[in-house]
Design a protein around this ligand. Structure first.
Ligand SMILES: *Cc1c(COP(=O)(O)O)cnc(C)c1O
Length: 395
């Protein structure tokens, strides 16, 4: 029997009923401009203010340390370019990050490199986790910023954020984290975790798309992103996206209220699927088995082409993702999988399943049942698989 299994929640999530319910009045009743002085405007102003307080409470920061943005990419760009501009004035033009950041970070660092900044990208080793000694050794007198993602979007590995933050504090270096995959999925406390700046995005935790936030510690005088009106304390002008902001706050509140329960449920689902799929010959898990996002399954199957696997899975109702991205006509394997040391031909056979709390044990069984015959079929047609078998004397 065909099932419908959406398992691509790391790409985006379905909006929750709670978030949607919170948004609707913002279209129908609270439609004023938060900058207007009349009551309809003031209702919208209060809705945005309440959302800011709610998010700040969850992250454990002050409401005026939250800046609403259009999403994770904007928050990453703003944080990194902003600090770069700020610190360049003090002669600090060195930035430390990792090899497997999201492109919103990596491409921003490339942009800065072209403008005279020096970038050090830390190794993430086979399990997708940096070594703290590498970080300590990389910090210099002129280091302006350390930016390390909280959890990786492809392989799910979670970094020792609190320790990284502590090292940055000791050395007087600012610390930004792209926490887009972690917020709403892991317990986060910017104070305890020694985080100076943090990016988050609404649509990765059942909020609406096109809205996010940047947490920025009050002591950092971040340069303005958009000139114009006085929104976001003069730093990002433009009339607020009131429904999206309100929806994002409601989604985050819901995720954080159910955090422990969801983490337990998802990690059980994750481990069940990983154990099930590991029975496939010549398969491997990408990333750390325990320091891992609760809902992330990332695996490679030798002699399989990731894109084909996805298409076949879609035909049986399973929506997943592969690490590889098609760049300008040539198939480049994912930079994340290459960063953890996988050879090109192995990285091509990648599969990412990312679960949310709506996924069920029955769906996990269905995945475990559907994937192996598809892999077998793809291998039967694969010249690469044939070659590998010959090399190993199995043919
Ligand atoms: C999705 C994602 C982003 C980008 O967020 P958008 O809101 O889609 O711009 C950035 N970083 C990570 C780790 C992501 O998973």
């Amino acid at each position: 029997m065909l099932m419908k299994v959406y398992a691509d929640n790391a790409a985006t999530t379905k909006i929750s009923k709670t978030a949607l319910a919170a948004m609707m009045p913002c279209y129908e009743e609270i439609y004023g401009n938060p900058s207007s002085l009349h009551s309809v405007g003031q209702d919208a102003f209060h809705a945005v203010r309440d959302a800011r307080v709610q998010i700040a409470d969850i992250l454990n920061c002050a409401p005026d340390e939250i800046y609403f943005t259009s999403g994770g990419s904007e928050s990453d760009n703003w944080a990194i370019k902003g600090v770069a501009e700020l610190m360049a004035k003090k002669g600090k033009k060195h930035i430390i990050s990792t090899k497997f950041e999201h492109h919103a970070v990596l491409h921003t660092l490339k942009y800065l490199e072209r403008r005279g900044f020096e970038i050090t990208l830390l190794d993430v080793y086979e399990n997708g986790i940096i070594h703290l000694d590498d970080l300590k050794n990389a910090i210099r007198e002129d280091t302006a910023l350390v930016t390390v993602m909280y959890a990786n979007n492809e392989i799910g590995s979670v970094q020792p954020i609190r320790e990284i933050g502590a090292i940055c504090r000791e050395n007087g270096v600012l610390f930004h984290t792209d926490a887009v995959q972690a917020v709403g999925h892991l317990p986060i406390d910017v104070e305890a975790d020694n985080i100076d700046m943090l990016s988050l995005s609404g649509h990765k935790f059942h909020g609406p798309k096109g809205v996010g936030a940047l947490y920025c510690k009050k002591s950092i005088r971040l340069p303005n992103l958009i000139e114009g009106g006085a929104q976001e304390r003069n730093r990002r002008a433009g009339t607020e996206n009131v429904p999206a902001i309100v929806g994002m706050a409601a989604a985050l509140k819901e995720a954080s209220d159910n955090l422990e329960e969801n983490m337990k449920k998802l990690s059980a689902l994750r481990d069940k699927v990983i154990d099930g799929l590991l029975k496939i010959p010549c398969s491997r898990v990408n990333g750390d088995r325990t320091q891992r996002l609760p809902g992330n399954v990332s695996m490679c199957f030798e002699g399989v082409e990731g894109e084909s696997l996805l298409l076949y899975l879609d035909m049986v109702g399973i929506q997943a993702s592969s690490g590889s991205a098609c760049t300008s006509g040539s198939l480049d394997p994912s930079h994340v999988l290459l960063a953890i040391g996988l050879p090109h031909e192995v990285a091509h056979g990648s599969l990412r399943l990312s679960f949310c709390e709506e996924n069920t044990a029955e769906q996990a069984d269905y995945i475990i049942e559907q994937v192996p015959p598809i892999i077998e079929r793809l291998r039967d047609m694969s010249p690469l698989w044939e070659r590998l078998q010959k090399e190993r004397g199995n043919a």
